[in-house]
Design a protein around this ligand. Sequence first.
Ligand code: PEP
Ligand code: MG
Length: 594
Amino acid sequence: MSIQVFGLPVSRGVAIGRAVLVASSRVDVAHYFITPPQIPAELLRLRRARDRVCLDIERLKDGVTSDVPAELVALLDVHLMLLRDDLLAEATRHWIVERHYNAEWALSAQLEVLARQFDEMEDDYLRERKADVEQVAERLLGALANEAGRSPTGLNVEARDFAGEDPLVLVANDISPADMLQFKGSVFTGFVTDVGGKNSHTAIVARSLDIPAVVGARDASRLVRQDDWVIIDGDAGVVIVDPSPILLEEYRFRQRQGHLERERLARLRNRPAVTLDGQRIELLANIELPSDCAAALMAGAEGVGLFRSEFLFMNREGALPDEEEQFQAYRAAVLAMDGLPVTIRTVDIGADKPLERMSLGELRHEHGLNPTLGLRAIRWSLADPAMFEIQLKAILRAAALGPVKLLVPMLTSAKEVRATVAALDRAKGQLACAGIVHGPVEVGAMIEVPAAALILPVFMRHFDFVSLGTNDLIQYTLAIDRADESVAHLYDPWHPAVLKLIASTIEAARAAGKGVSVCGEMAGDPEFTELLLAMGLTSFSMHPAQLPAIKQRILRADMLRLQGGLADIMASEEPEAVTKAILARSRLPLGLAA
Ligand code: PEP
Ligand code: MG
């Protein structure tokens, strides 16, 4: 019988596939497909790893002296027995032969199956044997990793070069934003996590990949079993496990409809975004890596409005990218955009984007205090002036190759503003002294803390433009951790306080003759397009995948008419309902535009 699990819809569309369960702790295990001719060699790798581990344990046992407790020797015997047990060995072979998983992936898949069986055992003693199985699997994974010419690690599951396999969806308790990034170009067609909020960075990266996703589905990784058929409804936030044939057929139909709609929207690519009353709107792309520029251009973006440079800093075991490496990455983006502006945001490390590979659960456990209010973004940069200057110099050097804008995250006070400006001056001075070529940059501040929105004149004095980071602005205005699913229902972009801060920032920036854009998720959410236009916004930055739908919305929008309703929306306790009512009254019949 099928089961439904409810979570938060974070990335639109329908995915249907077999579940691959990955424990957060094993996300960095190598996951890749082997081709059918490679199966015997992969089985051999597994057998050799097992033989090596058995040999190590036998040696350990031989070296045991009389003062070693008998329990320890018995434990080694248990491990040897498990290594030779078919439940581990034979079943792991199944994942290699039938599913074409590499040995490490096959092993962790089987471990998930066994862990669940142990969890369900009534007998305490037997249930605790789960730890032994995990230890044995760890030893095997270690042996596989230590082979010469070992395979890559991580979730970089590459597209298969052989046909006839079922599509796969990933189910995990949690995935870090950096691991999520490795989905790019992978075979997973959707994903589900137990934890996370709609605007957590993991969810944002999922949206940028444009694959259906549901987060905060609490029990999903417990209810779904390895290899189950699963439907992910990324529009409704529902996960259907083991669906009936009728449900499958219905969702397959919806999937086809979704593909057709995307093809239709893609035709808008070369059309300028102009409202019905002639207002030209700039549509920019949010990217995580320079390689994302290709998707940005494909979607018709007119530049990069937010390059989240912190993704260059993650998963490097503390070794931060030096000036040259950063310069090469920024250079790649500038050259790829070929004369279109690239807005590089200085690192936004911290909160749910730690430097090291960590899931949310681990992060909360490790850091205890609230990292969202801690040393994050510009605070982190200003706390390490040498690191900050390296980044600033790399950005300034890239600016010699094309139009670059520099964007600073999470500024809150005039003191921080002055410290940032001073760091930039020092970086320019150092480059000039060393005779290193660098270019001019427009400098902008992200408005993502209410304090910044409330002292906007300070920002207007020091910066060329501002960019509204609505994801954080909502989080900090409403005191709702954007990554915490237990308060996700309170994370409300329609809250009148949030709308007031956005509207007043747009108005003040325009009055001061400064550029203003929105680069938070609101910019890519069609529900807000008309409202932001009515507030006077003419520059939107979003993930490339969101761009066509927003362009369509703009092509159908009549700004003057919408502006007429703005006062009512802003005065209302229910701005969402009022906005929808105004739009329903003024909406053009479908097909009239775009
Ligand atoms: C934001 O806060 O809206 C934003 C764009 O920055 P990030 O999502 O990376 O925190
Ligand atoms: Mg932010």
